[in-house]
Design a protein around this ligand. Structure first.
Ligand SMILES: [Zn+2]
Ligand SMILES: [Zn+2]
Length: 366
């Protein structure tokens, strides 16, 4: 079938992207779903740093690549052996779990080995590509490629949600909430009412903050942008600081979650972790970035540092928990949405993401 989608043509073009236009929006051919795959009509998709990281070259992926990995939609066609019904709303998750490899046996601690390999190659979990343009294959992004009217994905790249979960909420559950919220519940494993500091209040960091608030923890928010600190207070943070203020004031917490993806933010997170406490790092800095920390402090203050990818989540286990918190009114996921944009404005949307001014921009497909 013919679809419209946003294809990254070249990595590393200069900013502003609204001028260099690394992403083009146009028509592509999408094959029908193969065995174990589904065709999804996309309803909503969020712009996430993991898309920007491919655009700016922090994460190398094969191009041309149809971007987008945080999304929700409706199943319109099923390949053989799929247990889901037509018309079912699904949340896309950006790392399929095959359910059979050593990584999949770690309860979310490690990513799926096959899923990781497929993501790196720009393929779906089954090793296939379903997208072409002018007869040439176009790569999938993180098994999803949701900045498009439709997507074919592996059954193992989706989690179902009930119809009462609106498309924008469902979309954001799949990456920002799963990653940020998972960092809290799976990686930090806080004691009841323990104070949690979150450094970096983009989509993932803000979601971590909201989940921590929903679970009754006092939360300290840290970000360089004043508007995000105001937003954090509105969403239930008890205190907020700029990174400089936090470091000057010597603010500490038993659990510190670093979601900025910058080596200086990681150093601040370690320094702000109280003795005996845990630093959780979920940000994805450039592969060449390095940080300096004191081994003696780790020993003398009995600290723990935990790396958490995708919120150390098992999406099928964790997304229903976040839906429950949302349904109870404790996790207002829609508050993460800072603006809605048209697919045609995707380059300008990447500029807003790079500026740090947007929490979550959502593309709606009608
Ligand atoms: Zn993401
Ligand atoms: Zn696996």
């Amino acid at each position: 079938m013919l679809i419209t989608g946003a294809v990254l043509e070249e990595i590393g073009r200069p900013r502003p992207y609204s001028e260099s236009r690394p992403i083009t929006v146009g028509e592509l051919d999408l094959d029908g779903p193969g065995s174990g795959e589904i065709l999804v009509k996309i309803e909503a998709a969020g712009l996430c740093h993991s898309d920007l990281s491919v655009v700016d070259g922090n994460r190398r992926r094969p191009v041309p690549l149809l971007l987008g990995h945080e999304a929700a939609g409706i199943i319109v066609e099923r390949g053989a052996g799929v247990d889901l019904r037509i018309g079912q709303r699904v949340v896309m998750t950006f790392l399929p779990r095959c359910g059979e490899c050593a990584g999949c046996a770690t309860d979310g601690r490690l990513p799926c080995e096959r899923g990781t390999a497929a993501n790196g190659a720009g393929e779906l979990l089954g090793g296939t590509r379903r997208l072409q343009r002018n007869g040439e294959a176009v790569n999938h992004h993180l098994g999803v490629s949701a900045f498009a009217t439709h997507a074919v994905v592996s059954r193992r790249s989706v989690v179902t949600v009930d119809d009462d979960v609106p498309p924008e909420v469902a979309a954001v559950l799949g990456c920002a909430v799963l990653t940020g919220g998972g960092a809290v519940i799976n990686a930090a494993k806080p004691a009841p009412a323990q104070t949690i500091m979150v450094i970096g209040l983009g989509g993932v960091g803000m979601a971590a903050l909201m989940v921590a608030v929903a679970l009754g923890h006092p939360v300290i928010g840290v970000d360089a942008i004043a508007a995000k600190l105001e937003r954090a207070l509105e969403l239930g943070a008890s205190r907020v600081y700029s990174p400089a203020e936090a470091s000057e004031a010597g603010v500490t917490a038993g659990i510190v979650i670093e979601a900025a993806g910058h080596p200086r933010a990681f150093e601040l997170a370690v320094a702000a972790t109280a003795p005996g406490g845990t630093t959780v790092t979920v940000g994805l800095p450039n592969p060449s970035a390095t940080s300096t920390i004191s081994p003696l402090t780790l020993v003398a203050e009995a600290r723990t540092i935990v790396g958490s990818y995708l919120g150390s989540a098992v999406p099928e286990r964790d997304i229903p928990l976040f839906v429950k918190l949302w349904r109870e009114g404790r996790l207002p996921v829609e508050e993460l949405v800072s603006s809605r944009i048209a697919l045609a404005d995707i380059n300008a949307g990447m500029d807003a993401l790079a500026d740090g001014t947007a929490v979550r921009q959502i593309i709606r497909f009608e």
